[in-house]
Design a binder for this molecule. Sequence first.
Ligand code: 6CS
Length: 338
Amino acid sequence: MTTLKSFLTGSAAMVALTASMTTAQADTWRYAFEEALDEVQGVFAQKFKEEIEANSDHEVQLFPYGTLGESADIMEQAQAGILQFVDQSPGFTGSLIPEAQVFFVPYLLPQDQEQLNSFFRNSVAINEMFPALYAEQGLELLTMFPEGEVVMTTKEPVTSPEDLNEVKVRVMTNPLLVESYRAFGATPTPLPWGEVYGGLQTNIIQGQENPMFFVESTKMYEVTDHITFTGHNNFTTAVMANKDFFDGLSEEEQTMVQDAIDVAFDHILEYQEGLTESALDTILEAKPSMTVTRLTEEQRAPFQDAAESVEAAFIEMTGESGQEILDQMKADLAAAAD
Ligand code: 6CS
């Protein structure tokens, strides 16, 4: 006959066994991102998967753009713990974490690639300040990395803010990017990515901005005719884990995850060398009539002037904590320029 004591002892043993099985168990980790498998975020994710699977018994299941919805959907799923990992760009996270909009103060990030890489590698703002803000939203910020200089692609040529008058330019869904394009003289139109190609095709919008590799891979050149290098930004993205999931990992596993992120970070910077140029070549081969304009210093000046009001709007939106992030970013950028 089972006594209460032996039943309880048995249950305790069962609990201990289950717990030990959980720690040793090979899990499937789900990781969603905002791009296709062969685009920058996908290449990063594939490297991360390769590293995790080489160094553990876990499997990483990848969900490229569209398989689980739009960017906002995958963020909700990551916060809910349905996904363990998510790549979402500050362009979308800005509506959840207002300080993340700092990446949309025009002309803040350097154009020099080495300086930019050094900034992303060593930034105190990214590595020490942003994690606390992401944690408040149930996210463990693992890394941020650049995806290339942002260019405008439009239906009419653009060399000055006047050229953007009455032009509806699609932007990602954050208030500061709206503010930027307003300051640039355009009519900013925030939309999720899935509506951009059709919007240009039907002339609901007449322009958009993105790094060159994305202009090529998503065939933005089919629905716009002019590319303008304004030098106003580089596309930033971020990779996060669900915080409860991450906190529940052993210390060794957390280190393994961070090591895999570091390997993927190095890989993605190397992968992007020459990518803007090769994407532009591919575009011009496919559509020789596409015009490419690099604004001169003089032409850039009015866009640069607009940056001041955008910075002020950022501080207004984020207060003291935004000011601290901005100051630290500027200090980090100065250090990267040394
Ligand atoms: O413009 C966008 O919405 C997209 N751009 C890039 C480069 N990656 C993902 C994002 O959804």
